[in-house]
Ligand binder design. Structure first.
Ligand SMILES: [Zn+2]
Length: 211
């Protein structure tokens, strides 16, 4: 309900005050949560603020290879941290991109581990088959080193029902998110988690796209 003297919002899109930031690559304004945040560490190194929680001054960038490259080329990263430029070690575009991907992968790994605790995932042959039969799979992550026949079976199933899939991590790495030695596939059965994971993979793709 709009209060007295307050203008009713013209659009339905929620836009809390102060939530937008400028990308130092393309200079566009975007919601803070949709951008990479970089910060300067104690030793002067520039790094990615993985969970947008690090204190102090930060600079923002789109999840986009071209924005990262433009920011480095324009020397906008060093300028974003004035007064400390002498000790600031500005990375090149490739190492900043690698740092961004590391941050995305860490968030994905955390999200999967949390999803397992909340029973929002299905991993292991029996659980996956059960979720498939029940039609509850919302997203499917296959290990990069999964056996070809297993990969083929799940990929054709997924394709048939337009279930989004990605290959991410080794079976050992996927297993670690689920307290197991190895998991060749992790299915997501929760809509919210599937959406968060989908966004992270989309970001990964935009940052890693060929120059
Ligand atoms: Zn940008």
């Amino acid at each position: 309900m709009a209060g007295r003297g307050r203008r009713a919002p013209r659009t339905a899109a929620p836009k809390p005050e102060g939530s937008t930031r400028m990308c130092i690559g393309c200079r566009g304004l975007f919601p803070r949560e949709s951008l990479i945040r970089i910060v300067r560490g104690p030793a002067g190194e520039i790094g990615v603020d993985r969970y947008l929680r690090a204190p102090g001054r930060g600079a923002h960038l789109c999840y986009s290879r071209s924005c990262i490259e433009a920011a480095i080329k324009r020397k906008a990263v060093g300028r974003a941290f004035p007064g400390v430029s002498g000790g600031t070690q500005v990375p090149d575009a490739d190492s900043l991109i690698a740092d961004v991907v590391t941050a995305i992968d860490a968030r994905l790994t955390d999200a999967l581990a949390l999803g397992r605790m909340r029973r929002e995932t299905a991993a292991g042959a029996d659980a996956l088959e059960a979720a498939w039969s029940a039609g509850t799979l919302r997203f499917l992550i296959m290990a990069t080193d999964v056996a070809e026949n297993t990969d083929h079976r799940w990929m054709s199933r997924a394709h048939a029902v337009s279930l989004p899939t990605v290959h991410f991590g080794t079976a050992e790495e996927l297993g670690r998110t689920h307290g197991a030695e190895a998991r060749v596939a992790v299915g997501i059965i929760n809509e919210g988690l599937a959406e968060r994971v989908r966004i992270e993979f989309e970001r990964r793709g935009r940052v890693l796209v060929a120059a």
